[in-house]
Ligand binder design. Structure first.
Ligand SMILES: Nc1ncnc2c1ncn2[C@@H]1O[C@H](COP(=O)(O)OP(=O)(O)OP(=O)(O)O)[C@@H](O)[C@H]1O
Length: 483
């Protein structure tokens, strides 16, 4: 590959240092001279470019990827060609990939693994809802930023080489084939369920320190197709049975037997994570977070209090799951059915919204700003580091998804809130890139959104119990709202 250092792409993107190399190309630090924004630029190798069935397809996939605006998905900013070499421009991430993290740490504690996996599931859920399938979910494509936010990267790039080519290409096969679903191996991949299988492989690796199947490429192919995975609890006995059930369900050979969607997986994972670490409003607001009287806190329960104190002895061969996979699947299905029933019945809606109701809860179309009348009740304070707000929004969205999976929120309201969150995340990301934070405006929007949800709670559109309601209570804004 030609040395691209200091190159100027399409008169706009100035390349700096090389960040790293992968099978498809190189990733460079860069700067968008038009906006001044620091960016990451992925240059595809000429070989990969030649393997592309059509350049229009690459551009089409990248445009699709650019539509996914979510705190757990890297933002794609632009796509182009430099002297015949395709490139894509992304937000520049701090931190490192989970692959690099895993290489150093070996494996994760239960709560941390679920937290990371939950973020990956949230990002994939957003992509699938936007009609985009990743096709190459693996630790190298899950980036953990310096602020601890996980971002799914490399959407839509995997199609550039066919699965068959990737299976035979020396050097690329082992890393990728370890996460390849059975249906991708036989050439029927490219559906959301394939991403769920790969997510299961990643979850397994986070918990056990290695993916479910290891070996040479032909061995991996055989095992993915025919061999049942060894239960994670055989490698570490502190894996809760329900979590093990989820991982094994994700690894089902038959795509139809996997959880119905990434959102369903997220719901199960949420049960194992600490109450979000950043549920407190990220402003350093003088108002302390409101904790529910008697509410459980991270580490209070034996279930959550699972410090990872290094390798443990494998439990005996005879160990059985306390909750079998079928039960976990039933729980997942029930959650999903619950959501669709809710959508049909329109519950828990409490009838038409009164005219003075907030924009989100009452209007058909989502709006970017909350109604000013009640926003004025909340006193905005300056936003902190925008990275803090990123994480807060990611937690917010996870809590929303978990609440939705429980059927505790009006589906229409959930959709609008999700749109608001993704819009705010996009605004924050853009502001950060331009180096000029619209902190006050973003903060106003977030406060307005919280206020709208308290209003929705009063109207019966949001259940008072559940992950989102707990998140709101702990936002530290509830007593501002009550005043
Ligand atoms: N937007 C980004 N900001 C910062 N670093 C990034 C970004 N995207 C990718 N990287 C990093 O660049 C390096 C190379 O990434 P790349 O996607 O080319 O390779 P890979 O994912 O390791 O392998 P492959 O492309 O074969 O799947 C990795 O270390 C990755 O973490």
């Amino acid at each position: 590959m030609p040395d691209m250092a200091s190159s100027l792409l399409v008169g706009r993107y100035q390349l700096g240092e090389l960040i790293g190399r992968g099978g498809m190309g190189e990733v460079w630090q860069g700067r968008d001279l038009r906006s001044g924004r620091p960016v990451a630029v992925k240059m595809l190798t000429p070989q990969v470019a030649q393997m592309m069935e059509a350049r229009e397809r690459f551009a089409r996939e990248m445009r699709a990827a650019a539509r996914i605006v979510h705190p757990n998905v890297v933002t794609v900013l632009d796509v182009g060609e430099h002297e015949g070499q395709p490139f894509l421009v992304m937000e520049l991430l701090s931190g490192r990939s989970l692959a690099a993290d895993l290489a150093e740490r070996g494996r994760y504690g239960i709560v941390e693994a679920c937290h990371l996996l939950g973020q990956a599931a949230a990002g994939l859920d957003a992509a699938h809802r936007a009609g985009v399938v990743h096709r190459d979910v693996k630790p190298a494509n899950l980036h953990r930023t310096g602020q601890g936010v996980l971002k799914v990267v490399d959407f839509g790039v995997a199609h550039l080489a066919t699965e068959a080519a990737r299976l035979t290409a020396v050097g690329t096969v082992v890393g990728t084939a370890a996460y390849l679903s059975p249906e991708q191996i036989v050439g029927h991949g490219g559906q959301p369920a394939s991403d769920l299988y790969a997510l299961g492989c990643v979850g397994y690796e986070l918990l056990c320190g290695h993916p479910p199947f290891v070996g040479s490429a032909p061995q991996l192919v055989y095992k993915h197709l025919h061999e049942p995975p060894v239960s994670p609890s055989r490698y570490r006995e502190d894996v809760p049975a329900e979590l093990e059930g989820l991982i094994l369900a994700l690894l089902a050979k038959d795509p139809a037997a996997r959880p119905a969607g990434a959102g369903a997986a997220l719901q199960i994972l949420s049960a194992f994570t600490q109450p979000p670490a950043r549920t407190a409003w990220p402003t350093g607001s003088p108002v302390p977070p409101v904790l529910r009287p008697g509410g459980a806190r991270a580490g209070d329960t034996a279930l959550l209090n699972t410090p990872d104190s290094g390798p443990r002895q494998a439990p005996s061969e005879g160990r059985r799951l306390v909750v079998p996979v079928a039960a976990a699947l039933t729980a997942i299905t029930a959650a999903v059915v619950g959501v669709s029933l809710l959508a049909n019945s329109g519950q828990p809606s409490a009838g038409p919204a009164p005219s003075g109701m907030s924009s989100i809860a009452a209007s058909e179309e989502p709006t970017t700003t909350p109604s000013t009348a009640t926003s004025a009740m909340l006193t905005p304070s300056p936003l902190p580091a925008q990275s803090g707000a990123d994480g807060w929004l990611a937690d917010f969205d996870r809590a929303l998804l978990a609440q939705q999976a429980q059927g505790g929120i009006d589906p229409d309201l959930a959709r609008k809130v999700h749109e608001q969150i993704t819009k705010m995340a996009g605004n924050l990301s853009e502001d950060k890139g331009r180096g000029k934070g619209k902190g006050n405006q973003a903060q106003k929007q977030m406060r307005g959104l919280v206020r709208d949800l308290f209003e929705a709670q009063r109207q019966g559109k949001l259940a008072a119990d559940g992950p989102l309601s707990t998140f709101l209570d702990r936002s530290g804004l509830s007593d501002e709202h009550d005043n």
